[in-house]
Design a protein around this ligand. Sequence first.
Ligand SMILES: *[C@@H]1O[C@H](CO)[C@@H](O)[C@H](O)[C@H]1NC(C)=O
Ligand SMILES: *[C@@H]1O[C@H](CO)[C@@H](O)[C@H](O)[C@H]1NC(C)=O
Length: 565
Amino acid sequence: MSQALEKVDELPGVHARISTTKLGKAKAVISKIALVALAISVSTYFVKRPFGIPIGKAFEDATTSADLCPQVDELVPEKNGVIWESLQDTYSTEEFKARAVDWLGGAVRIPCVFRLQFRVVCHLNLELTIVNTYGLLYVWKGSDSTLKPLLLTAHQDVVPVLNTTIDEWQHPPFSGYFDGEKIWGRGSCDDKSGLIGIMSAIEVMLEGGFKPTRTVVIASGFDEEGASSLATTMLERFGENGFTMLVDEGSGYGESYGRVIAVPGIGEKGSLNVRVKVTSPGGHSSLPPPHTSIGMLAELIVQYEKNPFEVHLTRGSPTYKSAQCMAQHAPGISPSLKKHMLLAEHCDGALRAAEQELFMNRAFMSLVGTTQAIDIVEGGVKVNALPEQAWAIVNHRISTESSVSATKVRDIELLESLASNFNLSYTAFGAHISDVDAPSYGTLTLSDAFQGGLEPAPVTPSGTDAAPFQLLSGTIKATYNSHRNIPGSDTIIVSPGIMSGNTDTRFYWKLTDHIFRYGHQEGAGGGSLPSGVHTVNEAISANNFVEIIRFFTTLILNVDESSLP
Ligand SMILES: *[C@@H]1O[C@H](CO)[C@@H](O)[C@H](O)[C@H]1NC(C)=O
Ligand SMILES: *[C@@H]1O[C@H](CO)[C@@H](O)[C@H](O)[C@H]1NC(C)=O
């Protein structure tokens, strides 16, 4: 995530990580509701069926036959099988781990302003274009120029380290210290492990003599402007839809309800920062009006918090698909949630019941709906002066099912009656809401605080006919298995999901429809990000970093030999 937009303390997993005690309580609370809802849902389901199949039978059919989250087998490179096998052996050695630790540690030690002139080998074999001072665009030319290139992206910049938190770091934030298990420091997870993971994979593949058939492009931005100029350059050079697929930073895999699940992000929420500004006449505090600008603003803020956005789980949305995968594959979820999710596709009652249970996890609910957080407030200059103006900024994260304009409309309507009660002339996003000519006591203005409303990302196809998603799934499974030297296609489940923060991919929408946010990091459950991301003590295990290198190697080799366009 780029630092400008994000400061997420606890990055929630896609899947509800409800603690068992909470879950126990929650179960007690909803058992009644669930039963009622189940009754409704089953009868609805029953009514919809053309023939009078007994309720129990209908229920069983739905819960046993449907495969809501079909899985692919692991995908091991075939044409590129020889080099893949040999690199898997390399990656299993202690010597290689030491090299990997050196590479990532070295990158962490280059603080913040980090222009990565990658190692000599890569330079000789990859064409490098510097875009807008810090943006790096590497092109590793394939032999067949009719194939659309694979695009891998990662950002170089890191979240700033606050001076006040320096003492809390076990090892200095830019030490790149290796304690025998983990590599410590800012960027070790977010996102130097991504960039160095990609470059390390390429370096080792070059050493192994691999020559790609399909071109691989690596784009690494530095801040938002960097990503935006890289996007322009790539669009000029490769054209609209010029890439076969794109993998950017994102979550990884982890255990969730008794199952190891990897969660590539197929969607990303939008965002909008709304400035709510009130002005009213100044004057001496000894002769105050009943409401000052600050008092009115306070009431407007309360109005926001009293009215959270209505949130619903929508069929087909990334969060719905995640819940389906949990229902299908995670043994630890409650039986009622499992039943409801399995019926939800065709039954509104079951969908609402599942939603009710899922939303007891607030983090999950936040991922589904549009959120609001009053994050900044300012007003007043002196105790003896009435404040002529006061303002606050409301940060919205917009649901994948909503839009910037729907969010604006809802905010405008929310404050309309208070504006009229306070006799404020009301303007929102450049339009007059109240009668311009009516005399008023003061003004209320809503505006886009940073001129930067972001629409939710287009949702990447993830169905059984979506070849890039299936390729990524098989790659994740092959990587996971090879790293552990285990067989099987259900050792790890791959579930579509949503990225909780924003990535640079918002600049890359035109380059391909198949955008994934996935870094194969070992997280704390169901695709949440590992600890330390965006806060103190960021660290990654060397073992997981080697696995990330394996992941990028397998991905490049699989895409290289695939029949994707
Ligand atoms: C943080 O600490 C550094 C180094 O001690 C210093 O140069 C910088 O001015 C400090 N920044 C703030 C905002 O205090
Ligand atoms: C609003 O305030 C203006 C200015 O004080 C005043 O002229 C007008 O009558 C007020 N309107 C209402 C509806 O109170």
